[in-house]
Design a protein around this ligand. Structure first.
Ligand code: URA
Length: 257
């Protein structure tokens, strides 16, 4: 018998599979086809002769996805080049479970760049950040101070370009390997101001969590003024916090004048 937490986790896992396109239950247990493919390749390969085995090269050095990411991001000379480099990056497992790379939306020449956390289900489907409920609130919030992604004023990206399974928090390793791409994204877009939206973004860009404490206090990130703000998803769950978010928007608006 499942307890309530196990039941919720099982339901979320099923929801995730349906989301990925599974529409039929064939076996009781999932089959890891990557493992099967590797086993089959190993079984099919003839054993090396003793002479050949001694001539085998040393094992390849361990992959270093952070170094690979730094190299790929550093080589990108434009936003389009960076998007292509991220699409080609194979170091992050999240890519396998995602439908789309979510790179950016809005005006790349905007003075304000918003850095959110990671795509959710709607963003994964559309390949654009902040298009679900939280995104609609974000549009209304920034629209209230005259900034919009359609008419200009804001450029939007996320710390992670791929949706984590069941919208879990990204791991420290995932953040570390995608940060070189985010850093390059900020350098290429070159905004005057960064809006650091939510805890994951604050952890990545400011090295701090506790967004409800640090929100509204101007600081610096990647050599430019940065305003930490609570995430619109948090505001949807805690409408009373909208008053403080409004104060933060007014502070941003004053800074832009
Ligand atoms: N939350 C985020 O942080 N980013 C998105 O793109 C969507 C929801």
């Amino acid at each position: 018998m499942l307890d309530a937490d196990e039941y919720a986790a099982a339901l979320a896992a099923l929801d995730w599979q349906v989301d990925l396109g599974a529409d039929e239950a064939i076996e009781d247990r999932p089959v890891d086809r990557y493992a099967h493919a590797a086993e089959a390749a190993e079984a099919a390969a003839p054993p090396p002769s003793p002479a050949a085995a001694s001539a085998l090269p040393d094992p390849a050095p361990e992959a270093d996805p952070v170094a690979d990411a730094r190299q790929a991001a550093g080589a990108a000379r434009s936003l389009n080049g960076l998007r292509a480099a991220m699409a080609a990056f194979e170091g992050c497992e999240l890519k396998r479970g995602a439908r789309n790379l979510v790179f950016c939306d809005g005006d790349p020449t905007a003075r304000v760049m918003i850095v959110g956390e990671a795509p959710g289900r709607d963003e994964d489907r559309e390949g654009r950040p902040f298009v679900g409920r939280a995104g609609r609130l974000l549009d209304r919030m920034f629209g209230a101070i005259g900034l919009s992604r359609q008419e200009g004023g804001i450029y939007i990206t996320n710390v992670l370009p791929w949706r984590p399974p069941q919208n879990r928090d990204p791991t420290a390793e995932e953040i570390a390997m995608m940060t070189p791409f985010l850093d390059r994204h900020i350098a290429l877009a070159d905004p005057q101001i960064l809006v650091v939206m939510g805890n994951i973004s604050a952890q990545t860009l400011l090295g701090r969590r506790g967004i409800t404490r640090i929100r509204g206090t101007w600081t610096e990130a990647r050599g430019r003024p940065a305003l930490p703000m609570t995430h619109p998803a948090y505001l949807l769950r805690n409408p009373a916090a909208k008053r403080e978010a409004w104060a933060d928007l007014l502070s941003l608006s004053r800074r832009l004048k």
